[in-house]
Design a protein around this ligand. Structure first.
Ligand SMILES: Cc1cc2nc3c(=O)[nH]c(=O)nc-3n(C[C@H](O)[C@H](O)[C@H](O)COP(=O)(O)OP(=O)(O)OC[C@H]3O[C@@H](n4cnc5c(N)ncnc54)[C@H](O)[C@@H]3O)c2cc1C
Length: 580
């Protein structure tokens, strides 16, 4: 959704002083041909529009409809290009900061769009960012969403695949009670309930394993995790691996149990295979709360993107969409904030958000909704001043698992029943057959897909997923074909028509799938709570706030946690900004 921009509108809407008519021809920036207006009048107008932008009164100010020039002598100028709404600022070396901001003292041109001087800027327009934008907009605040991608939704990504809508990211609404997504969309009749699926457990040599035996082994693993000390700072993976040596049920069939432990780790995204400190912690399991009710509610073939329409009030009636401003392809590269009142009006703390394309936006506050993977990679460059140590620790120790999907379209279904889940149990001796495409051995299950009769969804996790992401589509297809050889021992497997896969780890705007608490989180401190703490201006005004799924203490990893976090931070700011 692209906003219609108008430079002068913000001056007017802010109750700006009416300026005299301007010359019809566009004027070059700051020349003697510019008309000169009484500085106090323009200063008042600009200050109103810019939420207290500090302008040195008494200096020369020039203006025409598309150009506002504020001259601070010595070459320091705030002006506008002649072609449209963009206000350009040019600041001279060593000049007193024009907007109370030392970075502007360096010589450079900065686009400063008066329209973008907002109450709140939301960085990132996934589920969390959209939830925040909706809540802030509904409260009557002036808000702007900046999204780096050319689409909204982030890790909600519904794509067209032939006739089908497919979710490459989030696909199911997990649970009903205390689930904000369920509460938003269920009254609209958007959610469907799954039918019980037919579970098959297949060994990597093609043998089917008796369902009863499989359930007994999985039950034993669940029991071990259930009774483990959640304050032990251990990983879940360590707990189940130890159980192989201690649990009587598992010890009866050590080889098969080992395959089940391997599957259990992948299926539950436990992490820590390479570095045990990065494994999902037992404490994290306790802190992540499920919502009661059906865990696999589907979107009746329309895809999770429907939630985005609901958040923007586009569903069911698109004409009622809220007119919230969202700018796409706006990759934020720095967020400049003030922790003290130096250089700023105490009641008007400003945060400056700069995008990769050079555009600059200012607001009273910003809500950052970036994934913890993006924060890991970029927090050093993003925040100025840098983030406090405890927040950096939280970012470094919280992990983002890598989980990918490979949708496989067949000419016709070959599995015995629909719905079905085919869990894959790998034996070490069979892994050797995949020496050239080792990543295939990280595929842990194939599932049928609701509303898509010819599709199976292969789940791939961890290191294998990262390697798969780097393969070409043809290589992935060849790898999947080889995997299907395993099933040919039992089933009449039909040819593959096409595949479609996700690549969440290599996506620089995600860098993974969803967050979890690691052993390192427990050892070094830091949690979703630490990550969610705002950065304060003057000790009391939340000038940089944090949302996104990873900031949800009890519902991280899921869309409902992301939405809840967006609402949480919006409510925090509404309470403060509406009081003023
Ligand atoms: C494969 C997979 C399956 C999943 N399945 C489910 C499921 O079934 N159910 C469920 O509830 N959850 C599921 N999830 C998790 C769910 O998708 C996420 O928890 C949720 O979508 C996160 O939303 P968010 O707004 O916190 O973050 P994001 O969706 O990541 O939003 C952050 C936004 O910030 C943008 N951005 C990044 N960098 C910048 C920048 N520098 N400047 C501006 N913008 C930037 C990104 O493009 C993105 O749009 C799944 C996730 C994956 C990957």
């Amino acid at each position: 959704m692209r906003p219609v921009r108008c430079a002068t509108r913000s001056l007017r809407s802010a109750g700006a002083t009416r300026l005299p008519p301007a010359p019809s021809a566009p004027l070059p920036v700051v020349t003697s041909r510019c008309r000169v207006y009484p500085p106090p009048a323009v200063t008042t107008a600009l200050q109103a529009a810019c939420h207290g932008l500090r302008i040195n009164p008494g200096k020369q100010i020039r203006h025409h409809p598309h150009t506002i020039c504020v001259h601070w002598g010595c070459g320091s100028v705030l002006d506008a290009g002649s072609t449209g709404p963009v206000i350009v600022a040019i600041f001279g070396v060593g000049l007193r900061p024009a907007v109370g901001d030392s970075w502007l003292t360096r010589r450079r041109r900065i686009k400063l769009d008066l329209m973008q001087l907002m109450d709140v800027i939301v960085v990132g327009c996934g589920a969390s960012g959209l939830a925040a934008l909706r809540r802030l907009h509904d409260a009557g605040l002036k808000v702007l969403g900046l999204e780096a991608d050319d689409r909204i939704g982030g890790r909600i990504r519904t794509v067209q695949f032939g006739e089908c809508a497919l979710d490459l990211g989030a696909a199911w609404c997990h649970g009903e009670k205390d689930n904000v997504v369920f509460e938003l969309v269920n009254p609209l009749g958007l959610l469907g309930r799954p039918k019980p699926d037919h579970k098959l457990y297949v060994l990597s040599n093609g043998e089917l394993i008796d369902e009863g035996k499989s359930e007994t082994l999985i039950g034993a693993l669940n029991q071990e995790v259930g009774k483990a000390d959640k304050n032990s700072k251990k990983s879940i993976a360590e707990c189940v691996r130890t159980a192989l040596k201690t649990n009587a049920t598992l010890k009866k069939e050590p080889q098969l149990a080992k395959s089940f432990v391997d599957w259990f780790e992948k299926n539950n995204h436990l992490g820590g295979q390479a570095d045990p400190r990065q494994g999902k912690s037992l404490k994290g399991l306790e802190e992540c709360w499920g919502c009661e009710g059906e865990f696999m509610l589907n979107w009746k073939g329309k895809g999770f993107k429907t939630l985005l329409d609901v958040l923007l009030n586009k569903y069911p009636d698109p004409s009622k969409a809220i007119p919230v401003e969202i700018l796409l392809k706006k990759e934020v590269e720095s967020i400049k904030w003030r922790s003290t009142q130096q250089g700023l009006e105490p009641e008007n703390p400003l945060v400056h958000v700069k995008c990769k394309d050079g555009s600059l936006y200012a607001a009273k506050s910003v809500i950052v909704t970036l994934s913890v993977g993006v924060l890991k990679e970029r927090h050093n460059q993003l925040f100025n001043p840098p983030l406090p140590t405890e927040k950096v620790t939280a970012i470094n120790t919280l992990q983002l698992c890598v989980l990918d999907k490979i949708y496989i379209e067949f000419t016709r279904p070959w599995w015995p029943k629909t719905p079905a889940s085919l869990s894959l149990l790998w034996r070490d001796e069979d892994k050797g057959n995949f020496a050239n495409e080792e990543w295939v051995t990280e595929i842990c299950a194939l599932n049928t897909v609701e509303y898509q009769p010819n599709l199976l969804l292969a789940w791939i996790y961890g290191r294998g997923a990262e390697v798969m992401e780097k393969c070409s589509e043809d290589q992935v297809k060849a790898g999947v074909n080889k995997l299907l050889e395993i099933f040919k021992k039992q089933f009449d497997v039909t040819p593959i028509k096409a595949i479609k896969r996700s690549q969440w780890a290599s996506n620089p705007l995600a860098r993974g799938s969803y967050s979890y608490r690691s052993v390192a989180t427990e050892e070094e401190g830091g949690s979703a709570v630490t990550l969610s703490e705002p950065l304060y201006h003057g000790g009391k005004f939340p000038v940089v706030c944090f949302a996104g799924e990873a900031t949800s203490h009890h519902r991280h990893s899921a869309v409902h946690g992301a939405v809840e976090a967006g609402f949480r931070e919006a409510d925090r700011l509404v309470a403060i900004l509406k009081k003023k």
